[in-house]
Design a protein around this ligand. Structure first.
Ligand SMILES: O=C(O)CCC(=O)C(=O)O
Length: 283
């Protein structure tokens, strides 16, 4: 559980790192299974439903950049996503009823792991209220050296930046005067977790170090935070509830939104969507 100081830090700054959350045996399983998925990625040459590949991926030299929705692909990820210690922490920040609204495992291999351009998750999925956050389970030590996430503290209380270029949503901040003043690294050791608010500005650079950086990111939200863009499948929506029962009354609060439409020419993972940015900050 979080202390009152940690809760206050998250509320003020919009992020938090918590060490020693994942038990050693679960961490070892997550790493082992992730290595198995990297092995499996040798058999594909293009992005699939399950895999997003780095440029230069080959069967001899697999460069898996992301496992998409890993909880649907292996029980160990599902177990981690539902870990009671994580849900207790999330519950302290968004309330007792919890739904997951997406998850992925981002990998940055030594010397080339792709950057993620500055963005706000909220720009991808605005909701009726902003009790939404992402937890990152650190499979490796996350440091500035191996391209941990960078965030701008307090930016979760500010406006929503434009993520459109030539009228199309491209998943990264496109405003010409955008500056990353005051950015800080979210460093956490393997087995710890990072937490960031859905509205906070964040990104990460290329991994130029000789150390891997694997982060299992899970988006959690309050049960009564509903997607502005609508619910496609009612049963699927409710199957994502991790704590609590289905409800019919979302909570509306006064939150700034921009609608991520129309989508740009690239669909798929954030790496793909952002790949058309004219002026990416990270190269
Ligand atoms: O892996 C990272 O550094 C950040 C990823 C991220 O923000 C995302 O995938 O939405």
């Amino acid at each position: 559980m979080l202390t009152q100081d940690q809760i206050q830090f998250y509320q003020q700054k919009g992020y938090l790192a918590v060490e020693d959350v994942i038990p050693a045996d679960l961490l070892a399983d997550l790493r082992r299974v992730t290595d198995e998925f990297v092995e499996k990625s040798r058999s594909v040459t293009k992005h699939t439903e399950a895999f997003d590949l780095e440029p230069g991926h080959t069967p001899e030299n697999p460069r898996l950049r992301r496992i998409k929705s890993p909880g649907n692909q292996h029980a160990i990820y599902d177990q981690a996503m539902r870990h009671p210690d994580i849900l207790d922490i999330v519950g302290q920040l968004v309330g007792d009823g919890i739904r997951q609204n997406g998850h992925k495992l981002n990998m940055k291999y030594p010397k080339f792991g792709s950057p993620v351009q500055w963005h706000q998750d909220w720009a991808f999925y605005p909701h009726t209220n902003d009790d939404l956050l992402a937890v990152g389970i650190a499979l490796d030590d996350m440091t500035t050296e191996n391209a941990c996430m960078m965030i701008i503290p307090g930016s979760h209380k500010g406006r929503i930046y434009d993520h459109h270029q030539d009228g199309a949503f491209i998943g990264g901040v496109t405003e010409p005067d955008f500056k990353t003043d005051g950015e800080v690294p979210v460093e956490v050791k393997a087995g710890g977790i990072s937490i960031h608010h859905a509205r906070i500005l964040h990104g990460s650079t290329l991994n130029k170090s000789d150390k891997p950086r694997r982060l299992f990111l899970i988006q959690y939200c309050a049960l009564d935070a509903w997607p502005i863009l609508g619910i496609t499948e009612w049963d699927e929506f409710n199957a994502c509830i991790l704590r609590g029962e289905p409800i019919h009354q979302p909570r509306m609060t006064s939150v700034p939104i921009r609608i991520p439409r129309p989508y740009g020419e690239r669909s798929g993972s954030i790496y793909e969507v952002q790949s058309v940015m004219d002026k990416p900050l990270y190269r």
